[in-house]
Design a protein around this ligand. Structure first.
Ligand SMILES: Cc1ncc(COP(=O)(O)O)c(C=O)c1O
Length: 388
């Protein structure tokens, strides 16, 4: 019914994933398995809704009505069994911008912000570019599975100038879906120390292999009052180009302060297609998403089997969510530059540099497996042939 095997030509669409290869890899001649979007068509219902609206010849200032928040309320209930209210929600023009507004609203210059490293690179810039202090809580790699160092978190949260913890849940790039117990410990530590939790849950809908996402704010009332959640249909339905996301908080003070900052920066308007994209994705994307997740799981197993058979020294912990694989090349005993040079120049495969996620990403590369399987097969074969 849904054809994720279909090869769709993206050249000529100014796709970041293709057109920035020269800048990132120094060549266009790599199979692009990096930037976190998918090489799959968006759900049919989204395509139709966008095309339908585009047919109208006036593209003036456009607002989002109750159907926008209503679609979000329904989705959070359906997908995460999380009961939220319309007036807990505010539109945001992207999760990263929303994190910036929140850092500006809820901390002062010089304050500390905790992040779990290695992590999605903008987590660093969101903090450092706004002159806050990065407090790196390095995840602990236990046989490939990453865990939070709660003892360190406790110490870091108790510092008087620590104001915020930006939680990545599920975590990019290590693929963990934090358990309720883990989240509860985060909550207890942060609440006790008055550290506000900004829960980036953009990957929440992409849990795999039976893992279930727990919205941080759903843990209990106290957690809900000490948290802003950041979500979007962008990863879920491959519509990141619409720069459409939203924040949720049950705490009216937090919501007001967030809104005030977004308004102050004049970024509350958004664009014409934001409501159309989100509503069509959430109202009609359920079956598509289930089929997508099944395809992603098979892709992950395919990569796993391939590596086991042909390159067993390259390993990864099977991601519990996301379409991103955190590949460990340490057994090659090569420097990061040598690993990158090999992949780009010899294998001609474009993966994200592990070190761009933090220095604890040394020896790792991130592979995006959200492509038709034949593309992955070709990329893996190129790695294997170059390595022989
Ligand atoms: C954890 C995380 N947060 C945010 C984003 C990007 O969000 P947006 O495009 O809405 O700014 C990504 C994209 O890969 C991500 O992995």
């Amino acid at each position: 019914m849904y054809d994720f095997d279909k090869l769709i030509e993206r050249s000529g669409t100014n796709a970041y994933k293709l057109d920035l290869r020269q800048r990132y890899f120094g060549t266009d001649d790599v199979i692009p398995l990096w930037v976190a979007d998918m090489d799959f068509a968006a759900p049919e219902a989204v395509q139709q809704a966008i095309q339908e609206r585009a047919k109208h010849e006036i593209y003036g200032y456009t607002i989002r009505k109750e159907e926008f928040t209503g679609a979000i309320v329904d989705w959070c209930q359906y997908k995460h069994n999380w009961g939220i209210k319309n007036d807990w929600i505010e539109y945001s023009p992207g999760v990263v911008p929303a994190l910036v507004f929140s850092v500006l609203a809820f901390s002062e210059i010089g304050d500390g912000v905790i992040i779990n490293t290695p992590v999605y690179p903008p987590f660093y810039s969101v903090v450092a570019d706004n002159k806050r202090k990065i407090i790196a809580n390095g995840l602990v790699n236990v046989d490939g599975k990453y865990e939070i160092d709660f003892e360190l978190l406790e110490q870091q949260a108790s510092l008087s100038d620590t104001k915020i913890f930006i939680l990545c849940s599920p975590h990019n790039p290590v693929g963990r879906v934090w358990t309720k117990e883990e989240l509860m410990r985060v909550h207890e530590i942060c609440s006790k120390n008055n550290v506000l939790v900004l829960a980036d849950e953009i990957h929440a809908d992409l849990t795999l292999f039976g893992n279930e996402h727990t919205p941080f704010a759903s843990l209990n009332d106290e957690a809900a009052m000490n948290c802003i959640s950041f979500m979007a249909p962008s990863k879920t339905c491959n519509i990141a180009g619409f720069s459409t996301s939203y924040v949720v908080t049950a705490n009216p003070k937090l919501l007001k302060a967030y809104r005030d900052m977004q308004n102050r920066l004049q970024l509350h308007m958004g664009h014409l297609f934001s409501g159309v994209a989100l509503c069509s994705a959430y109202n009609h994307g359920r079956d598509w998403l289930e089929a997508l997740k099944a395809y992603l799981e098979r892709n992950i197993l395919f990569v796993e089997d391939f590596l086991k058979e042909k390159m067993p020294e390259v390993s990864f912990y099977r991601p519990e969510a996301t379409y991103l694989i955190w590949m460990n090349f340490k057994a090659w005993n090569k420097s990061q530059k040598e690993i990158k040079d090999f992949l780009v120049k010899e294998a001609k495969v474009g993966l994200n540099d592990g070190v761009s996620f933090g220095k604890d990403g040394e020896g790792f590369m991130r592979m995006n497996i959200a492509s038709p399987r034949c593309v992955l097969e070709q990329a893996l074969n190129q790695m294997y042939e170059a390595r022989k």
